[in-house]
Write a protein that binds this ligand. Structure first.
Ligand code: ATP
Ligand code: MG
Length: 147
């Protein structure tokens, strides 16, 4: 799914010379709603390109232990101020109206992402430093693992 989303978004990334990378050391299988999870990755990776700098980078890391799937979407973008980090999952919240005016968007992406992850019994959190970058960390239970 992540590869599929990256292929879709590559033209947008190329316009800013942003590199898209996946780090995963083995194949992981999880039981998920494919369409909903596709949209999760679409939203998160689109954000990490949209709020990135020219020549920036997006790294998606996928790992799993015996219980959970762990996915990190890390970017080298503009970051989010500390007082806003907890608000980005709220409906219609956008950090800086002037900053994000030219990027467009409704502010709904992350609220949908958050709901989808919760529906899958998982969790998502955001770590960010202004001027350094942002990382979204997803934990999803592997309801069924096929090796
Ligand atoms: P939409 O996704 O609905 O088109 P949006 O991207 O503004 O619009 P969200 O995806 O919900 O909405 O993100 C909310 C806000 O959080 C964004 O407007 C932006 O300010 C901030 N944000 C989200 N992801 C990042 C990121 N990777 N780096 C920096 N800021 C981010
Ligand atoms: Mg968005």
């Amino acid at each position: 799914l992540v590869e599929q989303v990256m292929r879709m978004l590559k033209p947008i990334a190329d316009k800013k010379d942003v590199i898209l990378e996946i780090e995963s050391y083995r194949e992981v299988f999880a039981e998920v709603d494919e369409t909903k999870m596709y949209l999760v990755f679409m939203n998160l990776i689109e954000n990490s390109i949209k709020y990135n700098n020219e020549y920036g980078k997006v790294t998606v890391t996928i790992n799993a232990d015996h219980r959970d799937l762990n996915i990190q979407i890390m970017d080298t973008g503009v970051g989010i101020p500390p007082e806003s980090v907890d608000k980005v999952f709220q409906r219609f919240y956008r950090v800086d109206k002037t900053r994000s005016r030219d990027t467009g968007g409704t502010g709904l992406g992350l609220s949908i992402v958050n709901k989808t992850i919760l529906l899958h019994g998982g969790s998502i959190k955001c770590l960010s430093e202004e001027g350094v970058g942002t990382t979204f960390i997803i934990r999803l239970p592997l309801s069924q693992t096929m090796k």
